[in-house]
Design a protein around this ligand. Structure first.
Ligand SMILES: Cc1cc2nc3c(=O)[nH]c(=O)nc-3n(C[C@H](O)[C@H](O)[C@H](O)COP(=O)(O)O)c2cc1C
Length: 306
């Protein structure tokens, strides 16, 4: 008796019109959400039935640069003479497997990789020979790439005037990035690393390597050429570059200057198909260089055995 009178006298029942309206709004929002989700999955399903690929997030879908069209019957694998491979391969040759190895094996490589730290303070006096940089970029160029498109360009700057210009571009943008563009959580997450918009390493480091991804290339006849998975390919090449620099006893830092791509591309007169992916200052750590005392995840945390 008491419970039912409590219920009948409750705010929700007394204001039943508002309660009903609120419930209707919640139900409609959920309904719209459900339908949108359903539509998305139906689209993915239709697409995957056609291409035999189930998209998990965003994956590469070929662009039709040359307007040749891509219509074909389901499962049609017959060669089409209007498509010529961009890559010319005369023959396949015998490969004897990995014959060049480190004397200390992967343990030695781990020691080398684990010795790498992001350096934000460089000696302006100790200048590594340019040949070392060349060798490291040569190593990076061995990276695998989507359909062997090698979609990378490495620009090496040692000219103090150009470095100064790069610094001005980046510091101006980074001031705005830190103050306005980046989410407060982002800038908060960076405080332990003590980074800010002032970047003396851009002029102190003897070299700046700007890594561009070529989002497409060109065929000898001037037509555009597909660069599949170009960002992944360039990121792998940069990983090799970092290891090579470490092996050469050099220090570096991976940076992603937000909103500076266009200005830096124009400064270096790079073509439109090249987009700045990363900028690496390279040199020797300054005598008073400090790095955050970071811990790396344990093997058990990152590896799952099946
Ligand atoms: C994709 C990527 C972007 C990064 N961007 C910046 C950056 O813009 N500025 C910076 O000072 N460090 C940057 N870093 C460096 C990271 O902060 C650093 O790798 C991380 O704190 C781990 O430290 P460690 O490299 O010494 O192991 C970046 C690293 C990566 C992989």
């Amino acid at each position: 008796m008491e419970l039912s009178s409590l219920f009948l006298n409750s705010w929700l029942v007394k204001n039943w019109k508002i309660t009903l309206a609120a419930l209707l709004v919640i139900a409609s929002v959920n309904f719209v959400r459900y339908i949108t989700k359903l539509q998305r999955y139906t689209k993915i399903f239709k697409f995957s039935k056609h291409r035999k690929t189930l998209l998990d997030g965003e994956e590469y879908v070929c662009a039709d640069f040359n307007s040749k069209g891509n219509k074909r019957a389901h499962n049609d694998t017959t060669p089409n003479i209007s498509y010529v491979p961009a890559l010319k391969v005369d023959k396949h040759v015998i490969f004897n497997g990995a014959t060049v190895t480190l004397p200390g094996g992967p343990k030695q490589f781990y020691e080398l990789a684990n010795n790498r730290r992001s350096v934000r303070s460089y000696s302006a006096k100790r200048i590594p020979p340019f040949e070392l940089i060349e060798e490291c970029i040569r190593a990076a160029s061995t990276a695998p790439s989507g359909a062997h498109t090698e979609p990378w360009t490495f620009c090496v700057i040692s000219d103090p005037n150009i470095k100064q210009h790069v610094r001005e571009i980046i510091e101006t943008e980074e001031e705005m990035n830190y103050a306005q563009r980046m989410h407060r959580q982002w800038t908060a997450d960076l405080t332990p690393l003590r980074t800010n918009h002032i970047k003396p390493y851009l002029t102190d480091a003897p070299y700046l390597i700007l890594v561009f991804k070529q989002i497409y290339g060109f065929l000898p006849n001037g037509e555009r050429k597909q660069h599949y998975y170009n960002e992944i390919s360039v990121a792998i090449a940069t990983g090799i570059l970092l290891c090579a620099l470490q092996a050469a006893g050099l220090n570096s830092l991976v940076t992603t200057p937000l909103n500076c791509g266009l200005a830096l591309r124009r400064l270096l007169a790079r073509p439109e198909n090249e987009k700045l992916l990363l900028l690496l200052p390279v040199g020797y750590a300054a005598d008073d260089c400090v790095v955050p005392d970071l811990k790396r995840k344990a093997l058990e945390e990152i590896m799952h055995i099946y």
